[in-house]
Design a protein around this ligand. Structure first.
Ligand code: MRU
Ligand code: ZN
Length: 215
């Protein structure tokens, strides 16, 4: 029997997504309608709220959020389209304990995804900010996987699902952007802010030293 979404929980998800969207837009993290974000409502079967496709993330309207199932199908009648990358969100929910997923395109995440693509991951070490990823280990060494940016979004979602590491709350797509997640909206926002801080620092140091081998 299909799970029924109550108006109250739907509104909560809409409020959460709009709140993060506006905060991150003000940092310049959703340029030119890029990026998308989602919030999980139910696990089995999987239902989540996700931003609709192609919308300006700097404005809040009643058309911003759609409710979908694990196959990216809207679970209610709507003339709107869910994000073109909805299946990537679905893969992340299925492979991790994520409750909220955020995807952004920035110059910094594009830069590191290109510079480290051949290595297959961006190496994070010797940075205090790693603790903001909930990784509290002496000499922590975190590898954020990087995948190719396949034009075919079905393939991109499958490859994203294969590359996701439940121990590391982020996945980079080369010359495209990052997906970051957390068990709730607070964690997801903290994780993406931590990644972007470290990417900016790494980019500046790589340019300053003229080599990526400093990390
Ligand atoms: C406008 S460029 C970005 C898109 O191609 C895509 O990568 C993206 O992040 C937004 O897609 P959307 O379908 O609006 O969720
Ligand atoms: Zn994107």
């Amino acid at each position: 029997m299909p799970y029924r979404l109550y108006q109250e929980e739907k509104q909560k998800a809409v409020n959460i997504l709009n709140d993060i969207k506006v905060k991150l837009y003000s940092r310049g993290w959703f340029p030119a309608t890029s990026g998308n974000l989602s919030y999980k409502l139910h696990d089995d079967p999987l239902y989540f709220a996700i931003t609709s496709s192609g919308k300006d993330k700097g404005t809040v309207t009643h058309e911003d959020v759609i409710f979908v199932d694990k196959d990216a199908k809207p679970i209610e009648k709507t003339r709107l389209k869910p994000s073109a990358e909805t299946k990537i969100h679905s893969q992340i929910y299925q492979k991790t304990d994520a409750g909220c997923v955020i995807h952004i395109h920035t110059v910094n995440n594009n830069f590191v995804s290109q510079v480290y693509f051949e290595d297959g991951f961006v190496p994070l070490k010797n940075m205090e900010m790693i603790k903001a990823l909930d990784i509290w280990k002496e000499d922590a060494f975190v590898k954020i996987p990087i995948i190719e940016n396949f034009f075919d979004l079905e393939k991109l979602a499958v490859e994203a699902g294969k590359a996701v590491n439940p121990e590391v709350p982020g996945l980079l797509i080369k010359n495209h952007g990052i997906y970051a997640w957390g068990r709730n909206e607070f964690e997801a926002k903290r994780h993406i802010e931590a990644f972007e801080f470290m990417f900016e620092y790494m980019k500046d140091m790589i340019i300053f030293k003229g080599s990526k081998d400093i990390f």
